[in-house]
Design a protein around this ligand. Structure first.
Ligand SMILES: [Zn+2]
Ligand SMILES: [Zn+2]
Length: 342
């Protein structure tokens, strides 16, 4: 048994020599500074809370900023806080924070208040966007003279939607500039890792070749060398749907994926799987857009009769099982013989 040095009561345990009542009496368990400054980005409207820029409502941000500064005193443990705020003018809120705490095993309530002052600034990201900041460049070029317009549009859409999606997770990701250059397209990107990821994405999708080069552009604040990386993705001449030559035989290029591709033989419609390292050996024989249409005269699986678009004679073509034969079919001639291209 102990006793309280203040009131003399016998108690089982004391805190600093006092009984619980005497210990709690008049003691503060939470405190707030006189005022709290809260930064808001004048461009994107996000608030700087908990050392991050986050979207928030103004009142909620003011209340969160106050709670962030809440100090806990005299051995209390906060279990729950409730906030009340009053807008004094559009930039100033008086925020009261009522906390429920446990002190030893006793539950207590404590109240503290502060003035939150909202200050306009520009977040790091917005200042970088405004300054067209970039750390890497992705250049997409082609083995041919120019990347065709459809492919440019597809790549721009792919890159923009990827960055848009990633920027929700990492605010530092953005595209500073997109420029059509030298028959291809250039992307100026806010980070090196973004450039690397997108270069891989584009080269995987089109089975392109990837090169990178670094250029020293200065030093960081802490004295490290700062590089700007250029990623060059060279797109191959072939595209899905083209007739290509592989190991001296003719195929339709059926698919391209990150680890290689798939070919379909024009002679027996058997499939061949390619490794990524095989891809550069493919030669385009006929582009999909150059394939001729032949009018179907009659027939179905396994053969159709078509009119040869070159000499108007009727010829028979082998077709694979399940081929959808319409009024015309795509054909190509190889060594004077006509073949069906699925
Ligand atoms: Zn006491
Ligand atoms: Zn901003």
């Amino acid at each position: 048994m102990r006793f309280c040095v203040k009131c003399g009561k016998d108690v089982e345990k004391t805190m600093g020599g006092l009984c619980t009542d005497c210990y709690l009496d008049g003691r503060k368990f939470t405190a707030l500074p006189h005022h709290v400054d809260l930064d808001v980005c004048a461009v994107c409207g996000e608030y700087y809370l908990d050392r991050k820029w986050v979207p928030s409502g103004k009142r909620k941000a003011a209340e969160d900023a106050a709670v962030e500064q809440l100090g806990v005193l005299n051995g209390g443990r906060v279990k729950f806080v409730e906030t009340f705020s009053e807008e004094q003018d559009p930039r100033i809120y008086v925020v009261k924070v009522i906390s429920e705490l446990t002190v030893q095993d006793v539950e207590v309530e404590s109240e503290a208040s502060t003035i939150v002052r909202i200050k306009n600034t520009v977040c790091k990201r917005c200042s970088r966007v405004q300054g067209s900041y970039y750390e890497s460049i992705l250049q997409v070029r082609s083995e041919e003279r120019a990347v065709d317009e459809d492919t440019v549009v597809n790549i721009v859409n792919m890159v923009m939607s990827y960055v848009d999606q990633q920027s929700k997770v990492n605010r530092q990701y953005f595209v500073s500039k997109v420029e059509k250059m030298h028959g291809g397209v250039d992307f100026y990107l806010s980070s090196i890792s973004l450039g690397r990821t997108i270069a891989k994405m584009v080269s995987d999708k089109y089975s392109g070749e990837n090169k990178e080069s670094a250029k020293l552009v200065g030093r960081t604040d802490d004295g490290q060398d700062m590089y700007r990386i250029t990623y060059l993705v060279r797109l191959p001449e072939f595209k899905v749907g083209d007739v290509v030559i592989f190991n001296g035989k003719h195929y339709k290029l059926a698919r391209v994926f990150s680890t290689g591709g798939r070919l379909l033989s024009l002679k027996d419609f058997k499939e061949v799987t390619l490794r990524r390292s095989d891809m550069p050996t493919l030669k385009v024989y006929r582009k999909r857009s150059e394939l001729k249409d032949a009018t179907v005269v009659s027939g179905g699986y396994p053969e159709v009769q078509v009119m040869d678009p070159l000499n108007f004679s009727t010829v028979e073509l082998m077709v694979p099982e399940g081929a959808m034969i319409g009024e015309t079919v795509k054909v190509t001639d190889i060594d004077g013989v006509l073949y069906y291209v699925p």
